[in-house]
Design a protein around this ligand. Structure first.
Ligand code: FMN
Length: 367
């Protein structure tokens, strides 16, 4: 079947959001905002180019929800003040003018922030260059309130500025994910211990966001098995644990699950099913639409992407086929969209071999 006829390039809609195709730009931190967390005009143009390249839904790079604990570098854009909102609004307007849809990724770095908080007091080992990392402070009841309020304000701002959806970053070892992780969360109160307790704070965030945005605005939740400081961690040992989590997300008000895997074709629980991916399991168990992600049209896995080995372009079909196989509803493209703002047009028109391969040097500029 020619690429132009596959599901990936057909429109899709949910609640108030309509997408011209099912290709999503994966959230990718660029750390190129102004020091006051304001998304610059260069950032606006970077997203505008992907919208002009016909991406269906653009999910922003992680944008910090507050000015105290949420970010790891001053040049991470933020989503807190009227000036920061105005800058994002210019991005949203440009994406809309080019026919795209836009969702900010609301990010709290938690344990990995420059001023870190987390489920418990903790100390990460020194950075590779030998400099010590700041001590992580375990969250108290004031912190819980402050973080919830920051999510509520950011969610309200997303609606006010005309975003099409929002994504809660609950993946990769950052704040919400660290609550789920038994190794990061050793609290002895109702927020730690059993899976039910470890899910409690992320679910409180989802419920607060849902209440802030009302029933018709799509809320996406991104989660992962892996985290940046431990690629091998498995939060869900089997489908029954995963089921508990995805059903709880659905009940709390999530509309779309963004299942962050490093390779979208990876099998999730081999002993239970020799083929099914984490996206496929999440979709079947929750009956929610799912975004799959990981290694679309790239060859190197994430942990090798910044090394000396050069990447080469791969056939995107094995990933795009996940939509035909009903393992996912939308597919997110990460590194390949940094290298190819017109990825959608190139692949849809049958020319994936002409894509530019991803190279870490592309991260130096916003092109
Ligand atoms: C430069 C870069 C920055 C990233 N920043 C984020 C981020 O801010 N939030 C997030 O959830 N994932 C982030 N990721 C992960 C991507 O969203 C995506 O899941 C990952 O790159 C796998 O997709 P790919 O193989 O198509 O690149 C980042 C990845 C890259 C390459």
């Amino acid at each position: 079947m020619p690429f132009k006829d596959i599901l990936a390039f057909k429109p899709w809609s949910l609640k108030s959001m309509t997408l011209r195709n099912r290709i999503v730009m994966a959230p990718m931190t660029r750390r190129k905002a102004a020091e006051d967390g304001i998304a610059t005009d260069e950032i606006r143009q970077y997203y505008e180019r992907r919208a002009q390249g016909e991406v269906g839904l653009i999910i922003s790079e992680g944008t910090g929800i507050d000015g105290v604990h949420s970010f790891d570098t001053a040049t991470v854009p933020r989503f807190e003040t009227p000036e920061q909102h105005a800058a994002w609004k210019r991005v949203v307007d440009s994406v809309h003018e080019a026919g795209g849809a836009f969702a900010p990724q609301l990010w709290h770095c938690g344990r990995l922030a420059s001023n870190p908080i987390g489920p418990c007091d903790d100390q990460l080992s020194d950075r590779p260059d030998g400099t010590p990392r700041p001590k992580i402070r375990g969250m108290n009841s004031d912190d819980f309130k402050q973080v919830l309020n920051a999510y509520i304000s950011a969610a309200t701002a997303s609606i006010e500025m005309g975003c099409d959806a929002l994504e809660i970053h609950g993946a990769h070892g950052y704040l919400l994910d660290s609550f789920l992780s038994p190794s990061n969360n050793t609290r002895e109160d109702e927020y730690g211990g059993s899976l039910e307790n470890r899910m409690r704070f992320p679910l409180e965030v989802v419920r607060a966001v849902r209440e802030a945005v009302g029933p018709d605005f799509p809320v996406i939740y991104r989660f992962s098995q892996w985290k940046v400081d431990d690629y091998k961690e498995l939060k869900f040992q089997n489908s029954s644990e995963l089921s508990q989590w995805v059903l709880a997300l659905r009940d709390a008000g999530v509309d779309i699950l963004h299942v962050s895997t490093r390779d979208a074709n990876d099998v999730a629980f081999e002993d239970e099913d020799p083929k099914k991916t984490l996206a496929g399991w999440s979709r079947d168990l929750s009956l929610l639409p799912v975004i799959a992600v990981g290694k679309v049209s790239v060859t190197l896995p994430m942990d090798k992407a910044y090394g000396e080995v050069k990447d080469t372009v791969a056939d995107p079909w094995p990933k795009l086929k996940l939509l035909e196989d009903e393992e996912a509803d939308l597919i997110a493209v990460g590194r390949a969209l940094i290298a190819n703002p017109n990825w959608v047009q190139t692949v849809r028109d049958g020319h994936w071999q002409d894509l530019t391969s991803f190279d870490k040097s592309l991260l130096a500029d916003l092109h």
